[in-house]
Design a protein around this ligand. Structure first.
Ligand SMILES: NC(=O)c1ccc[n+]([C@@H]2O[C@H](COP(=O)([O-])OP(=O)(O)OC[C@H]3O[C@@H](n4cnc5c(N)ncnc54)[C@H](OP(=O)(O)O)[C@@H]3O)[C@@H](O)[C@H]2O)c1
Length: 505
């Protein structure tokens, strides 16, 4: 079977960080697999006055850890061309078109084009406009647009951006990247749910008590303080990645496991997420910000001391909250979410907490309370899943203790799961947009997030502080305690037990 894809790919922002760290290595991954072979060319554009050779050197440098055969790598790099280009200058698009036409002819790409906008979203509108006005987008072959987050900063700006793109591209042609959706274990959420009758049959309010989604980062804002301070955890993580994951967990089973059917069900799940009033948002969502902290004798500065962050910043570096879903399946089940910077450990995971079994075994009979079964899906840095069950402790007495059935591996160590960007680029070449965010999803997520943001601003909500390298403010724990729940994943305990973290934070 011929798996080769014929395509001309134009990367706007080819000199930038994303292109070097993610895009070139991912394209090389596709080249190694033969998905890109002879009939492809890449035009890199940005303002810097580079030559084709400069770009090729940068490409070779970015893939060097993955190269086994120099000649093969040189062949890959020879498909790259550089065009200096200021996206605001109409004249430049004419040169770009000429280069594109020449390369289409040379590599026989059959008019297929992918435009990757790896640069600030402020420029997306003008690029889309020029791609149409300068006849770079044609009816010959396919034209697809890949764009990076953030998609707007609220519903209004997202709508404006979408309208600007829609003048040139239809919804089917727009691929909004959420790189989490390219991750192996996120795609595995659907496999776990729909390919295992033991889960899908109990995937509802009768058996599930609550679901917890944690996206924890150990790093601070590093050199991105300026960008981050205008965004915050709610917009940077919840609006996109967390709500996407939530929709995969909450959606109804699609009629068929096909792109269109999955999309339909995901959009329905987004629509069913309860949109809060401002009062409800204040009750269910709390913002936090890290102060200086210490773990294992290592000290970390507070957010307001970070470079390019104002010393009176009110930006949240942490958010915890609960979403509810207004439908029959999930009525009353909280979907707790939390995400933050400078938390104890880096880790993305989902805990599905089942209801405890009817009290056939009371604590008198089994010596302890029956723990709930928990299905944990590990997304990063380890991948896999585990299921905790109650078993009998060995010995004369009938004491229960939880045991975990676990399948877990370190994805980077084993190197067996392709980079998320590689998968998503491959999907784009296949015309499969199921792992990208649809406009209806983006729109709904902004509707949900805008209320929370407005509630915090209008009511001057207190910004709860937490020392760097803890799991967020105490209020995050209290949020769950109010409903008789607790965070299942508490990595801080490990450090506290070993006296590497103080317990009185
Ligand atoms: N880096 C990541 O890991 C990451 C992750 C998720 C999302 N993103 C998103 O991806 C996008 C790119 O991020 P990045 O980190 O790669 O940014 P970056 O390193 O700042 O790169 C921006 C690129 O845009 C080019 N550029 C700026 N103004 C231009 C103009 N007027 N005309 C033509 N080119 C121009 C720059 O090159 P010249 O200076 O040579 O013009 C550079 O190549 C952003 O939307 C970001 O939010 C990035």
């Amino acid at each position: 079977m011929n798996i080769e894809k014929k395509v001309l790919l134009t990367i706007f922002g080819a000199t930038g960080d994303l292109a070097k760290r993610k895009l070139y290595p991912s394209l090389f991954g596709l080249f190694k697999k033969g998905i890109l072979r002879e009939h492809f060319a890449v035009i890199g554009t940005a303002r810097r006055p580079w030559e084709h050779e400069t770009l090729r050197e940068v490409v070779l440098e970015s893939i060097k850890d993955d190269v086994e055969n120099e000649e093969f790598a040189e062949k890959f790099a020879s498909h790259f061309y550089y065009q200096p280009h200021d996206v605001q200058d109409s004249e430049h698009y004419r040169t770009l078109k000429q280069l594109g036409d020449t390369l289409e002819e040379r590599y026989q790409t059959e008019g297929n084009q992918v435009f990757y906008l790896a640069m600030s979203p402020n420029f997306f509108g003008t690029i889309a406009l020029h791609l149409k006005s300068e006849n770079i987008v044609t009816e010959h072959g396919y034209s697809r647009l890949i764009i990076e987050k953030p998609f707007g900063t609220d519903l209004e700006t997202a709508t404006e951006l979408n309208e600007a793109l829609s003048n040139t591209f239809t919804e089917e042609q727009i691929y909004r990247i959420d790189h989490y959706l390219g991750k192996e274990m996120i795609q595995n959420v659907s496999a776990i749910r729909f390919a295992n009758i033991i889960f899908e049959s109990i995937w509802n309010k009768d058996y599930i008590d609550n679901i917890q989604i944690t996206f924890a980062e150990a790093i601070g804002v590093e050199d991105r303080g300026g960008y981050y301070d205008g965004s915050g955890a709610l917009r940077d993580m919840v609006q996109n990645h967390i709500l996407q994951v939530l929709s995969l967990l909450a959606m109804e089973p699609p009629k068929k496991f096909a792109e269109e059917e999955i999309r339909k069900e995901k959009i329905k799940a987004f629509q069913a997420i309860h949109k809060y009033t401002e009062d409800e948002a204040l009750r269910y969502f709390i913002p936090g910000q890290y102060t200086a902290g210490e773990i294992n004798n290592e000290r970390f500065i507070g957010y307001r001391e970070e470079p390019n962050v104002p010393e009176d910043s009110l930006t949240e570096t942490f958010v915890a909250g609960a979403f509810f879903i207004d439908n029959e399946r999930w009525d009353g089940v909280p979907f707790y979410i939390r995400t933050g910077k400078r938390l104890v450990e880096k880790g993305t995971r989902i805990n599905v907490v089942f209801k405890t079994s009817p009290q056939l075994l009371t604590s008198e009979e089994c010596g302890t309370n029956v723990e709930p079964n928990v299905l944990t899906i590990y997304i990063q840095p380890t991948e896999g899943f585990s299921l905790s069950l109650n078993g009998k402790e060995m010995g004369q007495d009938f004491n229960l203790s939880p045991v975990a059935l676990s399948y877990r591996h370190d994805s980077e160590f084993l190197g067996n799961s392709p980079e998320a960007y590689e998968k998503l680029l491959h999907d784009t070449l296949d015309g499969n947009s199921s792992n990208f965010s649809h406009w209806e999803e983006v729109k709904r997520s902004w509707e949900l997030i805008d209320v929370i943001k407005k509630a915090w601003t209008n009511h001057h909500t207190e910004l709860y502080t937490y020392p760097a390298r803890t799991m967020g403010p105490m209020e995050s724990y209290e949020l769950l305690e109010r409903n008789g729940h607790e965070w299942i994943w508490q990595p801080e305990k490990w450090y506290i037990e070993r006296k590497q973290l103080r317990c009185d934070f």
